[in-house]
Design a protein around this ligand. Structure first.
Ligand code: AMP
Length: 399
């Protein structure tokens, strides 16, 4: 897939809007706990600044749902970009209000303006054409470098592209890199190809699971979502996370896997706990013997062994979603062991999703994975073979 390239745009003396993904995790004190997404955007921002143009940055953070919520302000992000760019970053007080429009209109070459959280405007997630028009009115060029939201038809991702012709819009370097790498993986993965899918719920990844089945050779399930499948298979999973309304879907996925000859693996043992808490008593148990009222919060050691065996001949691995509640040390063992196994394997290892990238980074294995995608949902949708709404308007050649 070939995308409109920013190197073909003549930015000199002009203004460019760069849609970034600065949706970074924050700790309880409002500090940025992982700035990977900000650092990933620097090459595009620096390139534009080196072309002697003025840069307007836009991003969302969290889900303020169209309201101005101070905890979702981009102020900490502005500070971090300023520190990384080593130049002043002006933060607008609003998105397309008086302050932002005034600041954008007087912005000079070499200056950087960051708009407030795009999702302070309800129109952002509604793909409001009025909002797109206002955003577009501030600049001469549009660059999408927000791979993490490119699967969303939002105003600053999709709608805005309608206001720029092919000589005035392009994909940034991060978006290019993600599409090129993941695109190759979709077209010609070296087989066997395994998908490791975890995380809390089946509902969030149901469509992805169905669409991935025809593309992969093996599926390995972990995390809370495993229990809906196990329950459907007739096991008593105690108080583990189960989505009762999805039992039939779970059955459908397992049947479909069988039909397609895809090997489908579920945990055989878990770390079960009495409460959803770090200080709860816990024990290793097979999935057939989870005590009444207890919940499975991580895959067990026998499952880790099984999964290592399953992965031993695999050439390409896509991993999206933790194997357990990795935020609590007690239930992080399964995810950490799988991460270590992948880090040491010769397979092409692709990690997608904020949580999975975060857990790999916590144990310093990020450099040992082949590729860490900045977008969880976006990377899954791409690997399912979908054309992302934020990418479609920037495509020059499909193959
Ligand atoms: P998701 O956002 O669906 O990818 O899920 C990520 C979350 O799933 C993480 O915050 C984990 O703590 C959580 N998770 C993983 N395994 C379990 C489990 N067995 N029970 C409950 N939550 C889980």
């Amino acid at each position: 897939m070939e995308l409109l390239n920013i190197k073909n745009l003549d930015f000199v003396g002009k203004k460019v809007f760069i849609r970034c993904d600065f949706n970074v995790p924050m700790d309880e004190f409002g500090n940025i706990s992982d700035d990977r997404r900000i650092r990933s955007a620097l090459s595009t921002i620096n390139y534009c600044l080196n072309q002697d143009c003025a840069v307007v940055l836009g991003s969302h953070l969290g889900r303020p749902d169209g309201e101005v919520v101070s905890k979702y302000s981009l102020a900490p992000v502005a500070k971090r970009i300023q520190h990384l760019l080593k130049r002043e970053v002006i933060l607008a007080k609003d998105v397309v209000g008086e302050d932002a429009l005034a600041k954008a209109s007087t912005l000079k070459s070499g200056e950087v303006l960051l708009l407030e959280n795009l999702r302070y405007e309800k129109g952002e997630t509604d793909n409001s054409i009025e909002l797109s028009k206002k955003l577009a009115s501030m600049v001469d060029f549009y660059v999408n470098d927000a791979f993490g939201v490119s699967h969303r038809a939002h105003s600053s991702v999709e709608g805005i592209t309608k206001f720029f012709d092919n000589k005035h819009k392009a994909a940034g370097f991060l978006l290019q890199k993600e599409i090129q790498f993941l695109g190759k993986l979709v077209e010609k993965p070296v087989r066997p190809f395994a998908a490791i899918v975890g995380g809390s719920k089946v509902s969030g990844k149901l469509e992805a699971l169905i669409n991935l089945l025809p593309r992969v050779d093996k599926v390995i399930i972990g995390g809370g979502m495993a229990f809906t499948f196990l329950k459907q298979m007739g096991y008593d999973v105690g108080a583990s996370l189960v989505e009762s309304d999805l039992l039939e879907e779970a059955e459908h996925i397992m049947q479909e896997a069988k039909k397609l000859g895809v090997k489908f693996y579920l945990p055989i043992d878990v770390i079960a706990a009495e409460k959803f808490s770090e200080d709860s008593i816990s024990k290793i148990t097979t999935v057939q013997e989870i005590p009444k009222g207890w919940m499975g919060l991580d895959i067990g050691p026998a499952t880790v062994k099984l999964y290592e065996e399953v992965l031993s001949d695999v050439q390409t691995v896509l991993w999206n979603g933790p194997m357990g509640v990795y935020e609590m040390d007690k239930f992080a063992g399964g995810s950490n062991k799988i991460a270590h196994y992948l880090a040491n394997s010769y397979a092409t290892t692709v990690v997608g999703g904020g949580d999975t990238a975060d857990l790999v980074q916590r144990i310093d294995l990020d450099e040992q994975m082949t590729f860490i995608s900045t977008g969880g949902g976006a990377s899954l949708e791409l690997l399912e073979g979908k054309i992302l709404p934020g990418v479609a308007p920037l495509i020059i050649k499909k193959i």
